[in-house]
Design a protein around this ligand. Structure first.
Ligand SMILES: Nc1ncnc2c1ncn2[C@@H]1O[C@H](COP(=O)(O)OP(=O)(O)OP(=O)(O)O)[C@@H](O)[C@H]1O
Ligand SMILES: O=P(O)(O)OC[C@H]1O[C@H](OP(=O)(O)OP(=O)(O)O)[C@H](O)[C@@H]1O
Ligand SMILES: O=C(O)c1cccnc1
Length: 500
């Protein structure tokens, strides 16, 4: 039987190829070359007009614990692929890199760096998998949550997806991301405990099934709780569930806070209207109607169009699993590397698909807003040494369709990437979750509504500075010159042309 090792660190939460590359860098003496990697995604998720960035808290926790434990080293040694010298190097490994990232809750867009890792090549390479893993999931769920928030308007939304999440970590970090993106509460007690997210809940069908009738179940619940929301659809919502809830509310009077009822099946437009009528006629017009059952932004929008009488929405599966797009497609690319002479050289990955050609060089994103109303003009991606905040006028143009362009003046330029780690030391203090949530809401408020609509939003401009654009063309030309100088004499045929 295979030996089991202690799961005592997250450091091997990385792909095998990262460790294999580290061994090459170490053996070849390039592990401490200075490098810059950037993390970005190529397309916005859910055909949305923006993404809500999340993942920094987990990233910080991961980086702060990053060292190889004895169990990690023993396991690596057991693979018989790594030299004794390399394992010794890993034993002494400490992360000394600099990490810049967008703030949690900030809006981010496709084709711009949202995390940047700078430092020794080995340090930057090792963290690739975990960083992608964290940002991919949390940003997806925060974005999905923002879409659901925009569908419900100012109604309450409770997150209740733990049972359907892709394992326990996803439930916890997913509900945190959902809270940032606009949810009000979670059903997950552990998330309440560790993050301070408000918890909320009703009860399950099993309570009613235990008593085998609605009235006895609601009465039992009411005797043991002050705040009551009764789930009314176990047998028959209109014939039994709601009348039983009303009877219990009347009999218990001031002994309980009858907050309302939850419906979890059937035609929710029709049923909610009937339930509203029953509650109003019984004098419980303040009692709210809670609804759940595979809800997402599309169904909620549709229910609102049908004037469903729903006050609070419970959303689980479709949020926590990012059901309609379970991967953001984040990538992590080397944009600059120190050469043999100690000079930084900006690098590129070419592709026959223009969208997939990487943009070389260490960058900063500048969020451009008009001073007059604080509204968004677009993002301006520039080389790290450019200062668009110190000029009066900016020429912004589409990086592919350059005839789409505009001159912007009287603007504010805010750097989106901020320092999280400086040479291995955490320099960023994480705001409270409430502050992050508030920040996200403020950023959304500054975005024109055309970019925020759930269906077919306008495309938000993510432009390159002239200097960066020119630089990219220059690096592309250099690579083309290099490739044509090669003397391999390969004959391209349609079949081998497509081989990567
Ligand atoms: N009026 C409505 N308009 C649009 N979608 C609705 C409406 N009412 C319910 N839905 C949605 O339709 C989906 C399926 O509901 P359906 O009534 O078919 O099954 P159900 O009520 O879940 O049945 P079950 O008793 O098995 O739970 C759910 O996602 C629900 O949110
Ligand atoms: O529909 P979702 O958006 O995924 O929200 C979570 C679901 O989990 C519960 O159902 P489940 O059948 O698991 O348990 P129950 O007996 O409490 O209804 C709840 O009633 C919701 O329908
Ligand atoms: O409290 C609720 O209503 C709840 C909790 C978990 C899953 N579905 C609903």
């Amino acid at each position: 039987m295979a030996t089991r090792y202690l799961d005592d660190s997250l450091t091997l939460h990385t792909d095998t190829y990262e460790i294999s590359m580290l061994q090459t860098y170490f053996e070849e003496g390039v592990a401490d070359r200075h490098a810059v990697f950037e993390l970005y995604f190529r397309d916005l998720p859910f055909h949305n007009g923006y993404a809500v960035f999340a993942g920094v808290e987990r990233l910080i926790g991961y980086i702060n614990q990053l060292r190889f434990s004895e169990a990690d080293l023993e396991y690596l040694a057991s693979l018989n692929q790594y030299s004794v010298g390399f394992l010794e190097y890993l034993r002494n490994f400490r992360f000394t890199g600099t990490i810049r990232a967008a703030r949690e809750g900030d809006l981010v867009f496709n084709n711009e760096p949202v995390v940047q890792v700078e430092g020794m090549l080995a340090d930057c390479q090792l963290v690739e998998t975990a960083l992608l893993n964290i940002v991919n999931y949390q940003t997806l769920v925060a974005t999905k949550a923002a879409r659901i928030r925009s569908a419900v308007g100012s109604d309450g939304i409770m997150e209740s997806g733990s049972r359907r999440a892709q394992e326990m970590d996803a439930a916890i970090w997913g509900t945190r991301a959902a809270y940032i993106g606009g949810f009000d509460s979670t059903s997950n007690m552990r998330a309440g405990k560790i993050f301070g997210i408000p918890v909320s809940g009703t009860h399950a069908h099993s309570l009613v099934q235990t008593y085998r009738n609605d009235y006895d179940a609601f009465m039992a619940y009411a005797r043991s709780h002050k705040d009551c929301i009764f789930l009314v659809d176990t047998y028959d919502t209109l014939q039994s569930g709601v009348p039983s809830a009303i009877r219990v509310a009347r009999e218990m009077g001031d002994q309980i806070n009858f907050f309302g009822v939850r419906i979890d099946s059937g035609d929710m437009a029709y049923i909610s209207k009937q339930v509203r009528k029953q509650l109003d006629e019984a004098g419980f017009s303040n009692a709210k109607i809670y609804a759940s059952n595979d809800l997402d932004e599309q169904t909620i929008t549709n229910l609102k169009m049908q004037h469903a009488k729903i006050d609070v929405w419970g959303v689980g599966t479709k949020l926590i699993t990012a059901y309609d797009q379970p991967a953001l497609g984040v990538v992590y690319k080397l944009v600059s590397i120190e050469d043999e002479q100690g000079k930084m050289v900006d690098t590129i990955k070419l592709s026959s698909n223009a969208e997939k050609v990487t943009t070389p060089g260490k960058k900063q994103i500048w969020r451009i807003t008009k001073r007059v109303d604080g509204k968004s003009e677009g993002d301006y991606v520039a080389l790290a040494d450019e200062r668009p905040d110190q000029v009066d006028k900016l020429h912004m143009f589409h990086p592919t369709y350059t005839y789409i362009n505009k001159n912007v003046s009287d603007f504010n330029a805010r750097p989106v990437l901020i320092d999280i780690f400086n040479q291995g030391q955490q320099v960023y203090e994480i705001p409270t979750l409430m502050e992050i949530k508030k920040f996200a809401a403020e950023q959304l408020a500054s975005l024109w509504s055309e970019y925020k609509r759930v269906l077919n939003p306008q495309i938000y401009p993510v432009d390159l500075s002239q200097k960066l654009w020119d630089h990219k063309q220059h690096v592309i030309d250099e690579v083309h010159a290099y490739v044509s100088s090669l003397k391999f004499n390969v004959e391209y045929t349609p079949s081998n042309k497509s081989v990567k």
